[in-house]
Design a protein. Structure first.
Length: 259
């Protein structure tokens, strides 16, 4: 696909993402039905219904490209695809169940290990992030579109990190200290990638955790805004592993976190 194809395909998925986001809120307000999966993580009827909407929309536009979704994937089957979609219908299901506003809806198109397209919906915050091609990353909010550049967008005169946990490990704390981090904020879901892309926070570091569908869409938003994404060891962060497991990750808003 060329740049124009990627842009057209991305924009065709904005409306389904918005509809899926509205459905996630409506389903929550009507009362969630919660089940526990084999890995002891929760799944709700909201996850399932959002997955249906996103899957249907993707199939209409790219019927020949495989779709891998958290809610339908068979982990016993190795992934050998070079081009495929990754869906995480609701990332942060526990937050969703609690009524938090940080859960996200996620779609990514992977081409040869790299996210070529990413869409991240944050329904409770009224935000939709999307990215495509090389350096095209945007935020749609209140009917207005803003191009993201990872430029610092905060009144804080310090470097602030994000964490998935209340208390990061000592190893992660030491890594953050290397970048002169002054404070750490806990944040759920792929929303972390997006607020770094928008310059609201500066850095995120984590050991091996989660699966490719948890990161891919947010990765597209951040990397195409100019943020730098590698493993903690400085290696490229790539997708398409047979078991979908993520390596460690380091996201830097820019080379100079003070700028």
């Amino acid at each position: 696909m060329n740049e124009k194809d990627l842009e057209t395909l991305t924009k065709s998925l904005i409306l389904p993402m918005e509809k899926a986001g509205e459905l996630s809120i409506d389903t929550y307000e009507k009362g969630l039905k919660i089940q526990i999966k084999d890995d002891n993580s929760p799944v709700t009827n909201g996850d399932i219904e959002v997955n249906k909407i996103l899957t249907k929309a993707i199939k209409e536009h790219t019927p020949s490209i495989p779709i891998i979704s958290e809610e339908t994937v068979d982990l016993k089957v190795k992934n050998t695809n070079k081009v495929f979609w990754l869906i995480d219908p609701i990332d942060g299901t526990k937050e969703y169940i609690k009524g938090s506003d940080e859960y996200t809806l996620n779609i990514a198109l992977i081409i040869n290990g790299v996210p070529a397209i990413g869409l991240v919906g944050v329904p409770r915050k009224g935000r939709l992030f999307y990215a495509h091609g090389q350096e095209n990353s945007f935020l749609l909010e209140k009917g207005k579109v803003k191009r993201l550049s990872s430029k610092k967008n905060s009144s804080r005169n310090e470097i602030v990190a994000l964490s998935s946990t209340e208390t990061p490990s000592q190893m992660i704390k030491e890594k953050l200290n290397n970048y002169k981090v002054k404070s750490i904020v806990k944040m759920a879901s792929s929303y972390k990638f997006c607020v770094i892309a928008n310059g609201e926070f500066d850095i995120y570091a984590a050991r091996e955790r989660a699966n490719e569908w948890d990161y891919a869409a947010g990765h597209a938003i951040a990397s195409k805004s100019g943020s730098l994404i590698t493993t903690l060891e400085g290696e490229p962060f790539l997708y398409g592993k047979e078991d979908y497991k993520n390596p460690s990750i380091l996201i830097l808003r820019s080379k100079n976190l003070n700028a």
